[in-house]
Design a protein around this ligand. Sequence first.
Ligand SMILES: Cc1ncc(COP(=O)(O)O)c(C=O)c1O
Length: 446
Amino acid sequence: MAAHYQIEGSTSAAISASVEGGIRGGALAPGAALPAVRALAGELAVSPATVAKAYQELRQRGLVVTAGRHGTRVCPRPPVATRRAGLLPPPLPGVRDLSAGQPDPRLLPPLGPHLAALAAEIGPPAGYATAAVVPELAAVARERLAADGVPAAEITVTGGALDGIERLLAAHLRPGDAVAVEDPGWANLLDLVAALGLRAIGVPVDDEGPTAPGVRAALAAGARALIVTSRAQNPTGAAVSADRADALRALLAGRSDLLLIEDDHAAELARVPLHPLAGATTAWAFVRSVSKPYGPDLRLAVLAGDEATVARVAGRARVGAGWVSTVLQRLVLALWRDPATADLVRRAGESYERRRDGLADALAAHGLAAHGRTGINVWVPVPDETVVVTALRDAGWSVAPGTLNRIAAGPGVRITVSLLDEADLAPLAADLARAVRPTAPFGFTA
Ligand SMILES: Cc1ncc(COP(=O)(O)O)c(C=O)c1O
């Protein structure tokens, strides 16, 4: 209980503003429990309905979550800027930070030479009237997507994968609607779903992607959208296999009541073939980011989909932010066209693979199972996240607790391999094994 922060107010608006102020100022930390409705109503001398309305408003905006007997708590990453860092404690000096989920900065292509070349050839500045999706970028994106089996007649460009997903959800769903997401899944996506006032339904994941029974159950529970990570699933590294794609396509075939979103954030970095679901449903979108292979700061993704879905996203952007800077689009085009960059991305993919496989082998030598077919993370199921995270910090490693990623899935920790070198793998595995013991047999699919 956040006993040190006094929530105030005599109306629901004032009470929710007071809670928001507490979150913003850091007095109500992520995960902090709010008082029970009746208790707070008594304290503030208002009716329980007034407090319940305040909590409902905060819930719809994704600032708090209510989870049955656990009561109402501040979300892990509420959508207001806070003056204090989130759930993860700041890294201690000397502790290696493997919690970040970032690509290895040493393996991102240098932008300098491309920016210099661009400066020489960019031509007159684009204005409001002329800015749009750069036709050459669209042409190359279409070619690349079509080569991977994604129908890409209709495409637009967004400010990254998550921006595309947000626009898709906002265009198709209404607050209170249910979205099927992978469980465990990407923490930012869970936060976004909460911030949009949507309900997340967890779909279990194995190494081949979301399970068919899980998707079936989510559909039966009324999901209006399904978000599938094509490759490098975060945190498990799963990639949708050919068989799983067949099974999911059969399940989804012809559905007109469900928006299907595929997130191919690893794109050219993934070292497994794409098995897309694109086109299985009437409303669908396939989002491919440039963040992982070319750099998160480029903030660009290509979004392909059916005509109506793409038109909604592009049309909404037009009356809002407008477009993604053509300067960035031209920079991405230059990166795509450069064979030396393609070579760097290929080598980066190999390097991640070596480190993921090396860590999995080192853990296997200690009898520990790990998941990480693709991408930059390895997911290790553990009996108790707090014990393992704390013990590893004491041993000099900071890893991410899976609680940020989970709805009903079993506990685990996520290890980003970006900052790991060959020589780190054996000592890290030994420290992890010590932290985990005694182990019990379990899987991560809940
Ligand atoms: C599953 C997943 N999708 C998307 C992204 C990020 O995409 P973007 O930077 O294009 O928003 C990440 C980043 O970690 C991710 O894990």
